[in-house]
Design a protein around this ligand. Structure first.
Ligand code: HEC
Ligand code: HEC
Length: 488
């Protein structure tokens, strides 16, 4: 595959990425861990998607550069302003639990992707996204576990979870296949379970990836009424039509949460909004699902083990529940409720007014973001409704997303349908906090902001009209726009 030296991420990739691999997600330059980049240069899935990114890049060389992740102050990780004493207590207990690494006797596994929420959600603070060093590499052999590290997991690449597109009989799969097992761990004596065969799945191009989405400001997103999302969807209709932008909600239909897998989950027919495909309804549902799917810890929302191998269960199910005998009620709420409270009460990321590039450049970039048409999908602000938590009530939410699904074409397609979302549709990624993000797009395929924008363009993408305007910007304008994005 051809490589063009566009930004810091691409440059690093020339040094660190396997030439045939096509995986541009090396850590951006300027982070503290450059020294390890040569250590883990494992090849990853060769794929047509990566080729599409390279092609888009080839046709759009430019003098503009991704300024790279913004340094301190990070402006993320604090609780919302104006919380009451019990809310603050729930936030703190939730953060503690979110940060704790779990063991087999607490229900970890038998299969999982990591042992703490924090491990995947830590950049630049608890609640964020993939850190510069992927903790999944060390976790594979933690406590003498015998896991092989799959080729798409690299020390300086993003945290990833893997989904298989199809079952062996060709029917749709789409579900998460856990990377690791507890087999061999000193806290899991007698347990034998095998890892999925990722090498074969890679060879068959049957595996797709997701990287963690950040949860800063997630309570504000949760508190936006459906009617606000739908009213926004109807705004600026003629501008959207001219550019070919549609967008639709991911209505959660009972028993259809993952297509091809019947009877997995039932919901209430309102709009999904969390996750790369807006597939989940609420922070509590996401917490319960992540606890079981990412960590293998069953709970009151998802009480059944995904792998029921008896010799590998070291505690009763559900593994985690409310503690009715706790000293105080707030201490006794279940871990999933604590996770939800922590995420709900996390303040949104604070943007910078002057870094990178100075306030004039950022202001110019903000105006271009509108005039080019990015803002038609990445809607700068929505509003919350009459929410029980006072600090979330009737607040602006400066998330830069319409929370709708858009067809992103063949280049970003992952072939996985979730709810109403097809294999080519994704939720407009909220851009708040982008200044601190190290890896971009649902599969973390690039660490270069400019390439993330160019990857919006491919056959059938609703963003094609906007990206054509973007590549026609002169270098100075494009730099202003990139500076604005990194100020978020
Ligand atoms: C192995 C890594 C990993 C672990 C551990 C993990 N997550 Fe995540 N998280 C992800 C990935 C990947 C996504 C995106 C999933 C998707 O959209 O399919 C995500 C998305 C989320 C989201 C959605 C946010 C949004 O707006 O899209 C929430 C909420 C969340 N995680 C909470 C948690 C909680 C709570 C825990 C601990 C119980 C946890 N996660 C543990 C990887 C992880
Ligand atoms: C048609 C709607 C649409 C338009 C127009 C659009 N985007 Fe996006 N954007 C998306 C979607 C959907 C994603 C998530 C795609 C994925 O991960 O596969 C995304 C992802 C991104 C990301 C990566 C965020 C992350 O966390 O990984 C950036 C950066 C971004 N867009 C910037 C822009 C800019 C700048 C423009 C204008 C030049 C723009 N977008 C125009 C829908 C759009």
């Amino acid at each position: 595959m051809k490589r063009h030296v566009i930004g810091s991420g691409a440059l690093l990739c020339l040094l660190a990425c396997n030439g045939g691999g096509g995986d541009d997600a090396a850590m951006p330059a300027g982070t503290a861990t450059k020294a390890i980049e040569a250590v883990q240069a494992a090849p990853s899935a060769p794929s047509e998607e990566m080729a599409a990114v390279a092609d888009a890049t080839a046709t759009a060389t430019s003098g503009a550069r991704d300024p790279g992740p913004r340094g301190a102050p990070f402006g993320a990780g604090e609780p919302l302003a104006g919380l009451g004493a019990y809310e603050l207590k729930a936030f703190e207990l939730g953060k503690e639990d979110f940060s704790e690494a779990e063991a087999a006797d607490e229900g970890l596994g038998p299969t999982m992707n990591l042992d703490s929420c924090l491990g995947c959600h830590s950049q630049p603070a608890a609640g964020g996204t993939s850190p510069p060093i992927n903790p999944q590499v060390a976790f594979a052999s933690k406590l003498s576990a015998t896991n092989k590290v799959p080729a798409f997991i690299r020390l300086n690449g993003p945290v990833r979870e893997a989904r298989f597109v199809r079952n062996p009989d060709g029917t749709p799969d789409g579900g998460v296949h856990a990377l690791f097992t507890i087999a061999g761990r000193t806290d899991a004596l007698g347990c034998q379970v095998r890892q999925p065969d990722f090498a074969t799945a890679l060879a068959n191009r049957n595996v797709v990836f997701r990287i963690p989405t950040p949860v800063f400001g997630a309570g504000l997103i949760e508190a936006i009424p459906d009617r606000e999302i739908l009213a926004n969807a109807a705004r600026l209709a003629s501008a959207k039509r001219t550019l070919g932008i549609r967008g639709r909600g991911n209505w959660v239909v009972p028993f259809q949460t993952i297509s091809g897998q019947a009877n997995k989950n039932g919901n209430d027919g309102t709009l999904g909004r969390f996750g790369w495909k807006a597939q989940n309804k609420s922070l509590l549902v996401f917490a319960g699902e992540a606890y079981n799917v990412e960590m293998g810890i069953t709970n009151d929302l998802f009480p059944t083990e995904r792998d029921e191998t008896e010799a590998c269960q070291y505690t009763a199910q559900p593994n985690s529940s409310a503690d009715l005998g706790a000293a105080t009620p707030v201490e006794g709420i279940a871990s999933i409720d604590k996770f939800a409270a922590f995420m709900r009460l996390l303040a949104p990321p604070r943007p910078s007014t002057d870094a990178p590039g100075g306030s004039a450049s950022i202001a110019a970039g903000r105006a271009l973001f509108d005039s080019v048409g990015c803002a038609l999908c990445h809607v700068p602000s929505l509003r919350t409704g009459n929410t029980a938590v006072a600090a979330l009530r009737y607040q602006p939410v400066n998330l830069f997303s319409d929370l709708l699904l858009h067809d992103m074409g063949t280049g970003l397609a992952d072939g996985v349908a979730q709810g109403q979302a097809s294999g080519r549709e994704f939720r407009t990624a909220p851009l708040w906090g982008l200044g601190q993000r190290l890896f971009f797009l649902h599969d973390g395929r690039t660490a270069d902001l400019r390439q993330a924008v160019l990857a919006h363009r491919s056959d059938g993408s609703e963003a094609n009209g906007v990206i054509t305007r973007y590549v026609n910007l002169v270098d100075r304008e494009e730099q202003d726009l990139l500076n604005f994005l990194r100020s978020l």
